[in-house]
Design a protein around this ligand. Structure first.
Ligand code: ASP
Length: 681
């Protein structure tokens, strides 16, 4: 591929439609890729059609709207509009904080679930927002000019770019639209994204935690899975239809587009598409950058988080109030902790560092084999490695500095809770194990990377943590300067590295995830995590109940047993399904749609072996986990009924009434023989 055609895909977006038709389809692995809306036209639609996609690229996204207009960002998670009155569906774990905040010991919606019977009963959720994309501008030239104008100093260039970003955002903001300027491909291109942001968001429906989080941390990042990870919210606007903060006067928002909800779900072998806002992947990192994460960063994070979680769990066990107050924090720390475990496991198992080292050697040989290439990319790898080595050399120090701040917040929270705890039943934790982990890491820092103020503090024998944090201020300043400079250098080296990679691999790239709107294609598919083991792609209510122990994370609610007793065919309803989509954190809540664009599930997780996929795609390991829409609908019909919401979504209010469908077909993946505990709890 010559460099002219490479660049054509990044012409200003208005020109993309015309140009994209002229370029060859992307040649990556079948379902690798988190594609930008503007890249869709370059995908192989003939092949996608054969697999079951019935929509055209323009129907998915025409530059301003399409199916993707229904895919919303909800506080860093993904979600979708599912009615013309602004009803939004996302994961339970994405709504967890709001459900938690709405709960009290007396009215515990987190434990018992919540169904708003009318608009009036919907619960305001301050701090939550819902946004969707209405268009993009290419602002690469403006950003690059700002960097140029700032001169040679890398930190100055970086800061100039940050300033320009804010400026470009400010000038595009209006009462209807908010802009964000973001880099793709390490800053090789920049886009200004126009979004409608809705800030009056209310809780509408949540199943009990024992459904929404069934299997808890034991099952998190695992398959087989039986988690009903969904919840509903609604976006409101001012009576004039403008985005506005909460007000009693506000009215339900009428989105330009919402998804049709499927009654049929998707079965093994079916094509699906995942639309959402993947948070962060780092697929183009160097071997050095991955190695230090594998050897130091993730193990340190694992130890620190495990310690904090144990501490908080101890506090939560003291009273129901504490448990409620700490539920969200414990949950999100636990998610990150298990993710770290998955990273350590997956990076080692997939030999990511070795693979990268091999690729880097091959890349360099390719560069050196041609004079023109050598002139352009001769030192790009060396420069990248130099930046990564500089970061690796101070990673221990930075870990301590970054997390001491966090640990301080934790201690403050603890103190605050003690003060509030009039009856003395609250959090009384004499030791601070999380802090001790950090101090131990500081003790073990290498000779040439010590935190001197820390050593002086230890030598003084004082022991006052506040004094330590104060003494560390110059270190925080130096850290900031170091990072600004690195970022400035990366703006240039990173962009060139991506360009060189693209030239070398002879294929076009999707950019790393950066919390912006993306599309992944996939197939509902079985999974073999290791030799001799084959997982079927769908789980069922039967399997969920067979996991029931009546305790802890596997305590299925009585209502589920009652509904199954009333209609045993419900045992065959699919609960979760596996597909081979390219997803990451932030894809939580992503609508999973079938070939017609109908909602068949909500993405909420990946398999453990795929956690390290953030650092490199692996077709054999790539599996994302979704909750099946048929389970969601069953719960809303028969278990915790919400007929008004079903009507609003345009689906039947009773299972058997589904448009002539034999709803209870036995699906692939159902293990018919599984034992279900009789008669509930
Ligand atoms: N369960 C994940 C999360 O909460 C989603 C994913 O990473 O696949 O971040």
């Amino acid at each position: 591929m010559n460099s002219t055609s490479r660049f054509t895909s990044w012409l200003p977006v208005t020109a993309v439609a015309a140009v994209a038709l002229a370029v060859a389809p992307f040649s990556v692995h079948a379902d690798e890729g988190q594609w930008l809306p503007e890249q869709l036209q370059g995908l192989d639609f003939t092949a996608l059609k054969e697999r079951g996609l019935e929509l055209t690229a323009e129907q998915i996204w025409d530059g301003e709207q399409g199916l993707l207009s229904a895919a919303v960002n909800l506080n860093g998670c993904s979600a979708s509009f599912v009615s013309e009155d602004g009803l939004v569906v996302t994961n339970h774990h994405c709504g967890f904080g709001a459900i938690n905040r709405a709960s009290t010991v007396e009215q515990n919606y987190l434990r018992d679930g919540f169904v708003a019977g009318s608009f009036e009963q919907e619960i305001p959720s301050p701090g939550m927002s819902v946004s969707y994309v209405t268009g993009y501008d290419d602002v690469t030239a403006e950003i690059h000019e700002a960097a140029e104008a700032a001169g040679e100093d890398p930190a100055a260039r970086y800061n100039a770019v940050q300033q320009k970003r804010r400026e470009l955002e400010r000038e595009a903001n209006s009462e209807f639209s908010e802009a964000r300027v973001v880099p793709y491909f390490e800053g090789r291109i920049w886009r200004r994204i126009h979004r409608v942001v809705l800030r009056d968001v209310r809780l509408v429906y949540a199943p009990p935690r024992m459904v929404g989080e069934y299997g808890g941390e034991t099952d998190n990042w695992m398959w087989p899975r039986h988690t009903g990870d969904f919840s509903f919210f609604r976006a409101y606007v001012s009576p004039e239809g403008k985005p506005a903060g909460y007000s009693e006067e506000n009215v339900p928002y009428q989105p330009p587009r919402h998804l049709e909800v499927s009654e049929e779900g998707a079965d093994a072998g079916e094509f699906v598409m995942i639309m959402g806002y993947p948070g962060r992947t780092q697929r183009y990192l160097s071997s050095t950058a991955v190695a230090v994460r594998q050897e130091f960063f993730y193990p340190a994070r694992l130890e620190l988080y495990a310690t904090m979680i144990a501490e908080l769990q101890e506090a939560a066990a003291v009273s129901e109030e504490n448990a409620l107050r700490l539920a969200s924090t414990i949950k999100s720390l636990s998610n990150v902790e298990k993710n770290a475990r998955g990273m350590i496991f997956g990076l080692a198992r997939n030999r990511v560092v070795e693979k990268k080292e091999r690729e880097e050697a091959e890349f360099q040989a390719w560069v050196d084999a041609d004079d023109a290439r050598h002139a352009k990319y001769g030192d790009v790898l060396a420069r990248l490695l130099e930046l990564d080595e500089a970061e690796a050399a101070r990673m221990g120090k930075d870990f301590v500095l970054d997390n001491l701040r966090r640990a301080r917040t934790l201690s403050q929270a603890r103190r605050m809770m003690n003060d509030e705890d009039a009856d003395g039943s609250g959090l009384i934790l004499e030791a601070d194990p999380a802090r001790d982990v950090l101090l131990r890491i500081a003790d073990e820092l290498p000779e040439d990377g010590r935190l001197e103020p820390y050593d002086a503090w230890v030598a003084s024998g004082d022991g006052d943590l506040v004094k330590l944090v104060r003494a560390l201020q110059p270190e925080y300043l130096a850290q900031r300067q170091f990072r600004d400079r690195q970022n400035g250098l990366r703006q240039e080296v990173g962009a060139l590295w991506i360009e060189a990679q693209e030239a070398w691999r002879g294929q076009r790239f999707y950019p790393d995830a950066n919390s912006t709107l993306r599309v992944s294609t996939a197939t509902v598919k079985e999974y073999s995590p290791r030799d001799g083991v084959l997982y079927t792609p769908l789980t069922t209510v039967r399997g969920m109940l067979s996991k029931h122990t009546g305790e802890g994370e596997f305590d299925a609610p009585d209502e589920i047993f009652d509904a199954v007793a009333a209609d045993p065919s419900a045992l065959d309803i699919p609960v979760c399904f596996l597909a081979d989509g390219d997803t990451t954190g932030g894809n939580s809540g992503s609508p999973v749609v079938d070939g017609q664009g109908r909602l068949v599930g909500l993405n909420f997780d990946r398999v453990f072996e795929n956690v390290a996929g953030d650092f490199g795609w692996n077709a054999d390991r790539s599996r994302n986990i979704s909750v099946d829409i048929r389970y969601v609908l069953w719960l809303m019909r028969e278990v915790w009924p919400a007929p008004h919401l079903l009507e609003e979504m345009g689906v039947a209010t009773r299972r058997t009434a589904a448009a002539g469908q034999p709803v209870m077909r036995v699906r692939a993946g159902v293990a018919p023989g599984e034992e279900v505990p009789a008669g509930g709890k």
